[in-house]
Design a protein around this ligand. Sequence first.
Ligand code: AP5
Length: 219
Amino acid sequence: MKLVLLGPPGAGKGTHAKILSEKYNVAHLATGDILRTHIRNKTKLGLQAKEIIEKGSLVSDDLVNEMMFDEIQKSNFRGGFILDGYPRTLGQAVALDEFLLKAEWELDAVLNFAVSEKVIIDRLSGRRVNPSTGRVYHTRNRPPKKEGICDETGEKLVMRKDDEPETVRNRLKVYSQETKPLISYYQKSDLLHDIHGDFHVPELQQEITALFDKLKLTV
Ligand code: AP5
């Protein structure tokens, strides 16, 4: 299974990628999570990416492509991957196509999570994360058992710095300018499938399962 999950910030890409990767035992490669791990570990890439991410802008194509090709190669032993947050520009999409062609791999589908701006703002303002593991909660939709505390580790949950309202506005602008054009890019190759991102998680999983059945996509 080789999937790309496309959609604006807060669309639920990470939430569904995690569920699908566990269900089908394929790797979940989330650009944002990988970059945040680099930032935590203060690597050269992390130091370059920190300020860019906090502003809600995009890290350069060259840096992200190199990082993701490395991750995809490492993931192959698990039989496939779900790309969450990559590609995010036309340049990245073209580079990914060239990389897959060389490796004689093909994408099976691109899931486009269509979500209204109102829902996005609600999801991002209520999202809380465990800063060391990246586990994601929502104050109302997916609350931890004890308010503000991670169920798994007992650590204090925080709001992501780039979920502050002003940064969210910039991320939405960047999404419209840089990432939205990928919808027509993948429509041309017949890979694109729209998903009702506004729905609740279980309903959406049912919709995705029905789509996989239609595409005869098992693993
Ligand atoms: P990244 O971390 O990828 O952020 P994003 O794409 O903006 O996506 P999010 O993580 O905000 O949202 P999501 O769609 O995963 O939603 P989630 O499932 O968490 O990237 C961060 C930054 O890194 C970028 O701004 C950029 O600077 C850099 N970067 C990353 N990739 C890059 C690239 N390719 N090139 C260059 N730079 C790059 O859900 C959100 C909340 O809603 C959660 O609280 C969840 O519990 C809740 N929720 C989810 N689904 C539902 C539902 N159906 N019903 C109710 N609640 C829901």
